[in-house]
Structures are given as structure tokens and as C-alpha cells.
Design a protein around this ligand. Structure first.
Ligand SMILES: [Zn+2]
Length: 111
């Protein structure tokens, strides 16, 4: 497993044999970085793909809402408009459910 380092100022995670000279996010110097334990690093690696999937689902939910809004704007007939309104509500639930799960991952170091 590769070494991971966390910026003590902003939380950015760097991957490499050594900490970076400056944080790519906030510019903090190298001495602000601490190496993560193997256990902490493993949590980040094992959750990486799952977090990506949640983010893609969040993006897709946004696309569903945008498509449904287009359908509402076209206004072909009342059943279509009702269905599109439901789709917007449901896409919100899908999006917020994944966001809540990601928030939990961040609090537990799975990020
Ligand atoms: Zn930083």
C-alpha cells in the first residue's frame, strides 16, 4: 500500500513516499502534513470507488431532474407532467441519500 499524508490545515490527502513541499489545495508547507496509519490509509483506499459511485449517482440524479424539467416545460399532457414532477422529487431523494452516506464516510475517515 502506498503512503498517504493528510494536510493538517485543510485535510487534503497526498499519495507518495513523502509529503509534498506545499499542499496543492491550501499551500500549507510540508511540516503541516502527517502520515496516515495503515488502517487509516486502507479505509480511504477501500472506499474510493464506492465514493466515486455515489458522486456519479448524485450527478445522474441531477440529469434526471433536468430532463424531467424539460418534459414539464414541453407540457405534452397532464399524465406526462405529473410523472416528470414525481421524477424530480424522486431524484432529490436519490441525490440526498447518497450525499448523506458520503457525509458519513467523511466523518468516519472513509474518504
Ligand atoms: Zn492543505
Amino acid at each position: 500500500m502506498k503512503k498517504l499524508w493528510r494536510c493538517g490545515v485543510c485535510g487534503y490527502i497526498h499519495e507518495g513516499d513523502d509529503a509534498p513541499n506545499a499542499c496543492p489545495k491550501c499551500g500549507a508547507p510540508k511540516d503541516k502534513f502527517t502520515q496516515l496509519s495503515d488502517g487509516e490509509a486502507e479505509k480511504i483506499y477501500i472506499s474510493d470507488r464506492t465514493n466515486d459511485i455515489h458522486m456519479e449517482i448524485i450527478n445522474l440524479a441531477g440529469r434526471i431532474a433536468a430532463l424531467a424539467q424539460e418534459g414539464i416545460d414541453i407540457d405534452l399532457d397532464p399524465p406526462c407532467v405529473a410523472l416528470f414532477k414525481d421524477a424530480i422529487k424522486e431524484s432529490w431523494v436519490i441525490k440526498q441519500r447518497s450525499k448523506a452516506e458520503l457525509e458519513g464516510h467523511m466523518k468516519r475517515g472513509k474518504w
